[in-house]
Each structure stands twice: as C-alpha cells, then as structure tokens.
Write a protein that binds this ligand. Structure first.
Ligand SMILES: CC(C)(COP(=O)(O)OP(=O)(O)OC[C@H]1O[C@@H](n2cnc3c(N)ncnc32)[C@H](O)[C@@H]1OP(=O)(O)O)[C@@H](O)C(=O)NCCC(=O)NCCS
Length: 184
C-alpha cells in the first residue's frame, strides 16, 4: 500500500487522536504511550516531534491518503552510545498487514544512515510477545541479538524483550551503492 514518511504537522492532532487511542497498540509500547490516549497526549507528542533537533532525532508521520496513520522515529544515543540509534514505531490498526511498516522501517533506516554519517547501528527492542513487530524487523534485515530476560514490566506483568539490530554494513549492498557519500 502506498504511503509517505514526512515531518509531523500541528494539523495531525485529530488523526493521532483517532488512531493512537487503541489498547492493541498501547500494549506493545512503553507506558509513555498512554491508554486511553487523549487530545493533550496527541498535542504534546506532535509538539515534541516538531521541536526535535534533527541532528539527534527523526520523527516521521506515516501518511496514507492524506492522513497521518502512524509514527516512526529514530533517536540517536548519547555518550558512548552516540553512534547508535533506537527505532520505534506504531501504525493504525486498520492498516496492519499491508507491508507498510516493513517498508517504513527500511526507509527511515536509510534516512538515518544518510543523515548521520557516524551512525553504525540501529536497534529496536520489541516485547517478546510482539510477533508482528519482530517479523517487521526480520523482514527489514534486522538480526535478533538476544533476549533480555524479564526486562519489561507491562500492565503489571513481567515479560522478556528482544534486542534486534541492523548495522550499516548489513544494509543491502545494492542500496548502499546508491548512497556513495557514506564510507562503504
Ligand atoms: C507491529 C506493527 C508496526 C506492524 O505493522 P504492519 O504494517 O502491519 O507490518 P507489515 O505488514 O510490514 O508486516 C507484519 C508482518 O508480521 C506478521 N504478523 C503480524 N501479526 C503476527 C502474529 N501475531 N504472529 C506472527 N506474525 C505476525 C504479518 O503476517 C507480516 O509478516 P508477513 O509479511 O511475512 O506475512 C503494527 O502491528 C503495530 O503498530 N503494532 C502496535 C505497535 C507496535 O507493536 N509497535 C512496535 C513496538 S516494538
């Protein structure tokens, strides 16, 4: 299904409110993504995305047919983690299973590697029960590095989480050749 990644706009508040207020999404994310999800949550989220310093954070709306139906972000680490970025994302439930997030992950990884020339590693930490997200990462070329045992407390229960990563040198070699300003 066709989509674009683009910067967030204040006018996206109603879409975020409509799609993010979903327990099926919230149960797979950190508690900073609340449920119920109310207007001030959407306003605060979009405000922080718009204000973000793109030297360190890339926040993108996933737009389908003119509506913001999801979110994807890369956040660069600091200190000894400054060459690493964390990936996070969610998509409106009615758009699941159409291949959107797999392609969105590939696109934002390239944007991160293009924009931040020191970046060597992108990682994501889905909860172990999040089979859909784990599949997305695997389809996008991420490798499972390990299971972080009993690392997450969600809704009063303790779960394992998974560490997935995609190193720059593991990006598709054909695509890498299309990005010649990066050291190969
Ligand atoms: C996870 C999520 C982003 C996936 O987005 P999507 O656009 O539906 O993903 P895609 O269509 O690109 O790929 C999904 C893959 O997972 C598979 N999948 C989905 N649910 C699954 C399940 N319960 N068990 C096994 N595989 C599953 C799909 O079949 C598909 O794989 P396939 O192409 O081999 O058939 C979306 O479900 C979502 O927003 N979930 C809630 C928030 C979330 O989990 N965010 C990530 C936190 S780490």
């Amino acid at each position: 299904m066709d989509f674009i990644l683009r910067p967030w706009r204040r006018e996206d508040v109603d879409d975020v409110l409509r799609y993010a207020n979903n327990e099926e999404i919230a149960c797979n994310l950190r508690d900073v993504f609340p449920h119920p999800y109310i207007r001030t949550d959407a306003e605060t989220f979009i405000g922080s995305c718009i204000a973000a310093d793109e030297e360190k954070q890339l926040f993108r709306a996933i737009e389908v047919d003119g509506r913001a139906v999801g979110s994807i972000a890369l956040c660069l680490g600091s200190d000894v983690y400054r060459m690493t970025a964390e990936l996070g994302y969610w998509l409106a439930e009615e758009y699941w299973g159409k291949g959107i997030m797999t392609e969105a992950v590939k696109q934002i990884c390239w944007e991160g590697y293009d924009r931040w020339e020191d970046l060597v590693r992108i990682y994501a930490e889905p909860f172990d029960y999040n089979a859909g997200s784990r599949r997305v990462l695997e389809k996008a070329g991420f490798q499972l590095e390990g299971i972080l045992r009993r690392s997450v407390c969600k809704r009063g229960r303790v779960y394992d989480s998974c560490m997935y990563s995609l190193l720059y040198e593991e990006m598709d070699p054909y695509e890498r050749a299309l990005h010649p300003h990066r050291a190969q």
